[in-house]
Design a protein around this ligand. Sequence first.
Ligand SMILES: Cc1cc2nc3c(=O)[nH]c(=O)nc-3n(C[C@H](O)[C@H](O)[C@H](O)COP(=O)(O)O)c2cc1C
Length: 359
Amino acid sequence: MGRASGRAEMLDRLGMTLPIVQAPMAGVSTPALAAAVSNAGGLGSIGVGASDVASARKMIEELRGQTDRAFNVNVFVHETPKPDPRREAAWLDALRPQFAEFGATPPSGLRTIYKSFVDDRDMLALLIEVKPAVVSLHFGLPSKDVIAALKQAGIILFATATSLDDARKTEAAGIDVIVAQGIEAGGHRGVFDPEAHDDYLGTVALTRLLVRNCKLPVIAAGGIMDGAGIAAALDLGAVSAQLGTAFIACPESSADDGYRRALMGAGAYHTQLTSLISGRPARAIANRFTALKDTLDAAVPSYPIAYDAGKALNAAAKAKGEDGFGAQWAGQGAPLARAMPAAELVTTLMREFEAARRN
Ligand SMILES: Cc1cc2nc3c(=O)[nH]c(=O)nc-3n(C[C@H](O)[C@H](O)[C@H](O)COP(=O)(O)O)c2cc1C
């Protein structure tokens, strides 16, 4: 089967008329955003990686209430974090001056603020019960029995890979579609092992590597902001493009005003990969938090334990009107983001895509 018919088959299976996946973005994507994209013919996604089962259920129900079409529910499959009270205390101590600037003190300790899907049998039970058309996996793969149970429920599985090694593991595990996430991408890098060497492959090289070496359909993600970018992804052999940053400024997203301003500001031209905010490498708009890399001299706690400190510092700063400590995730294409309703953005992307195809 050629690549073009492979693409048609995958899009058909999901009832997608357009090769656009709106990336799951925990804390930013909403049921309204995902529904708008799915209703427009793409694949909308919600991220429940940082949610508990009750709020995940609520989001899925809300989304079901707004679309009859396929959508994707995304979970985080990271290694179970190992609490290390001494390291966490040293980290909080290092952040003390930042808290003090806002008249606050660091919390007395840090918690694991959300579970990995690996440890969340209730989330698995929910997904099997509600059966979204797609479940996507970020940061790794669950066990064989979990993959089998999801597939048994008729769910199509996507998984992020940032390297050929992780893609090969994905293929061997029986996943249906690989999301090739290049270094340009906004948000957390989907690396399976954050301690391992990372080649920081860009979207073009990674997509070609996976298309040429893997049998599974590949979705390209990272730095794709307009129709020309989508056309380029498809020319590379991807079955679809996945766009995250492009959708942050949509009114349907839950990005706060400070984040929206940052996306339109100078820092958007200087996104940075940082582990300081959450404990795992993620690309964010350059802000006061990312700048701490030059001054902080303490080991970052495990993901997502470090995120508890990051969120507390942001809350303290925000309470005093400072937006620069937010987790303002965005990809290298951030300055190309447009603020418009999601349905209009999808129409615009497709108009640009058709124009790029005619050139
Ligand atoms: C704000 C934001 C949050 C994200 N959250 C998630 C997430 O919860 N799950 C996930 O698999 N990917 C997440 N990502 C990564 C996206 O799936 C995708 O790889 C990335 O957005 C593609 O690059 P782009 O932002 O340049 O379009 C996030 C990206 C952004 C920008």
